[in-house]
Design a protein around this ligand. Structure first.
Ligand code: FAD
Length: 408
């Protein structure tokens, strides 16, 4: 078969493009260097308990977009799970994002919604005056100006500093938009999501179904740079002399046949763009994560996610995946549970890039990479969260992939 498209990365972005292209009669080769489909959303079922384990941390599907919901529900049913999060501060658990109950528990009050709103506005105003904050210049000032110093220090500061590995004074105030304060008893984490849930048979099965077409070939454990070594059609144009990989073309011994692409084939690349161009212009900054997991018969958190708000606890979240299957009695009754602690970690090339560090300098570096990419690979379109150098939820990855697929 000669392929019309090469898609690098079998996460939700790549899989959606592949599915749409095959649906339109195009032949597709989709590769992923990991040994599994579904990218960071990958999940698998533990046979002894029935617990669906999310390998790269909790993934809750949520969207406000009718089109995305219509599309994804062609491949799966969802359970009725509604996501809530608790956060631990000085040993006590509070609802997160901050809501009326968080405020009342923290201050030992019985405020009504209106009274709480007035109280928070008053303490925030006092602290704005105390610290002479005019236009918040950083996340710390923004936090204090929104909810006052005490709440900010208890729930936002340390968690955020652990997550980003830097002082909140070095972070953009924009980041705090993602932590709203609610003056109600609404405990839902994704309060604006029109649809949310966990796929009944896990995430990987969705992607398997998406790619189930005679026009799609999947190759796992296959890195683009290795495939490129075996295929003259995948060589960059105008490479830097010292970076040329043409001389290594015959070096690859692969058990898989060298793919043949049509003359006008295109590449959709959902990996990191700086890595593709061998970090020629420098490294795009990211934060990484480390997951520590264990089975336990004695410990149980009682919910799917607990955040750790204090600085002395080095991890940010504990995941207890069985609580995503709260509607399945056999899973809930299992003798043991699977716990996963999420530790923020620094990123250097070679680690997993999880969260892009978006600021002016990294945006400018990314734009330079896009120009270079166009020069080296005119038939390549970067996409997905890594190719776009953006944090995207799954629904955003799918929405953007559907939009790109329409233009192809
Ligand atoms: P990815 O899923 O990262 O897929 C990209 C794939 O490309 C990877 O499999 C990678 O191996 C492959 N690849 C890269 N380079 C190469 C190469 N050179 N050769 C071959 N293959 C390559 N979203 C939600 O909606 N809800 C959540 O609750 C949620 N929780 C999250 C929790 C964490 C800890 C993280 C990190 C993300 C979370 N997300 C969540 C976001 C979600 O994971 C992403 O939106 C989604 O994975 C994006 O899909 P993608 O295809 O763009 O990227």
């Amino acid at each position: 078969m000669s392929y019309n498209y090469l898609i690098v990365g079998a996460g939700f972005f790549g899989a959606t493009i592949a599915e749409r292209l095959a649906n339109a009669g195009k032949s597709v080769l989709i590769i992923d260097r990991r040994p599994h489909l579904a990218g960071n959303a990958y999940s698998y079922t533990d046979q002894s308990t029935g617990i669906e384990i999310h390998q790269y941390g909790s993934h809750i599907f949520h969207t406000e977009d009718d089109g995305v919901w219509y599309y994804i529900t062609k491949f799966t049913d969802f359970n009725n799970y509604v996501h809530t999060v608790l956060t631990r501060h000085h040993g006590k658990l509070y609802p997160m994002p901050i809501n009326l109950d968080t405020i009342n528990l923290f201050y030992g009050k019985h405020f009504t919604p209106k009274a709480a709103e007035g109280f928070i506005a008053q303490i925030a105003k006092q602290d704005v005056l105390k610290y002479q904050i005019k236009n918040p210049k950083n996340l710390e000032e923004k936090g204090i100006s929104l909810i006052g110093e005490k709440l900010y220090h208890a729930f936002i500061k340390n968690y955020t500093e652990k997550q980003w590995g830097t002082s909140a004074k070095n972070l953009s105030p924009e980041l705090l938009k993602r932590i709203p304060v609610r003056f109600s008893h609404d405990h839902r984490y994704f309060a604006s999501a029109k649809y949310q849930g966990i796929p009944k048979n896990g995430y990987t099965q969705i992607v398997e179904k998406m790619l189930d077409s005679p026009l799609i070939e999947v190759r796992l454990n296959t890195d683009f740079k290795d495939l490129a070594l075996s295929s003259p059609q995948l060589q960059p144009h105008n490479p830097q002399p010292h970076n040329s990989s043409r001389s290594q073309l015959s070096a690859l011994s692969s058990s898989q046949p060298c793919p043949i692409f049509s003359a006008d084939f295109k590449i959709i690349y959902t990996g990191p763009v700086d890595e593709l161009l061998k970090y020629e212009l420098g490294v795009l900054p990211y934060r990484s994560l480390r997951f520590e997991t264990r089975w336990s018969k004695t410990e149980d958190t009682g919910c799917a996610v607990i955040n750790e708000a204090d600085a002395r606890i080095p991890y940010t979240r504990t995941h207890n995946y069985k609580y995503y299957q709260i509607h399945q009695q056999t899973v809930m009754n299992s003798q043991k549970t699977y716990l996963c602690q999420e530790y923020p970690a620094p990123y250097t090339p070679g680690e997993e890039p999880y969260y892009p560090v978006n600021n002016k300098a990294s945006a400018s570096l990314y734009q330079k990479y896009l120009k270079l990419l166009h020069d080296r690979y005119p038939n390549l379109t970067p996409g997905g969260r890594l190719g776009a150098y953006q944090y995207w939820d799954m629904d955003v990855a799918i929405k953007n992939a559907l939009a790109l697929a329409k233009t192809l």
